[in-house]
Design a protein around this ligand. Structure first.
Ligand code: ADP
Length: 169
């Protein structure tokens, strides 16, 4: 049984086995969660991402996929990078957003991570409406077959926290 918990706060401050990064396909840094993780985690994370680009992910990490690196100086063991879809009014990309959660949990299982913190993927620069993103996130995690014991959603502001709380209860 996976426990789903909610915290309002900063994902870079979570003491968990794995922190999930709302990365972009380049893996070479961005704003929002990605910027905060690289700032707080230090240069080892970017170095590991560059290695991934030089090996398995020469074309970048595909949308909906996930891959792990060191967590550098973060109070976590690993960062799991996943690339959310950009929200579209014309095309239903929900399956790709759900895939971010499911594939990140599969990577967590491979690592043996028992606690995993997720941000609200795609709801920042990628503009996914918060209520819908919360629904997809909670359904995806509830439907995933995983040995992870705690999935912690870390929400940056009140509106995000309320959207996720409404889905959990
Ligand atoms: P995306 O590109 O997938 O939209 P962003 O990083 O721009 O990702 O934003 C995803 C969500 O994470 C947004 O709701 C944003 O407010 C939130 N966020 C930004 N910084 C942090 C942080 N340090 N910890 C937790 N959540 C954050």
């Amino acid at each position: 049984m996976t426990r789903l918990t909610l915290v309002r706060g900063d994902i870079t401050e979570q003491s968990v086995d794995a922190v999930v990064n709302a990365a972009n396909s380049s893996l070479l840094g961005g704003g929002g969660v990605d910027g905060a993780i690289h700032r707080r985690g230090g240069p080892d994370i970017l170095a590991a991402c560059r290695d991934l680009r030089a090996s398995h992910y020469g074309g970048g990490l595909p949308t909906g996929a996930a891959v792990a690196t060191t967590a550098g100086r973060l109070p976590a063991r690993w960062v799991i990078h996943t690339v959310g879809p950009v929200w579209s009014a014309h095309e239903d990309r929900s399956a790709l957003l759900a895939s971010c959660y499911v594939r990140s949990l599969a990577v967590a299982d491979e690592l043996g991570a028992a606690t995993v913190a997720f941000p609200a993927i795609s709801t920042g620069v990628y503009r996914w409406p918060m209520e819908d993103a919360a629904r997809i996130a909670v359904e995806a995690v509830r439907g995933a077959e995983t040995a992870v014991g705690e999935v912690r959603f870390v929400l940056f502001d009140d509106a995000a926290y309320r959207a996720f709380a409404a889905r959990l209860n």
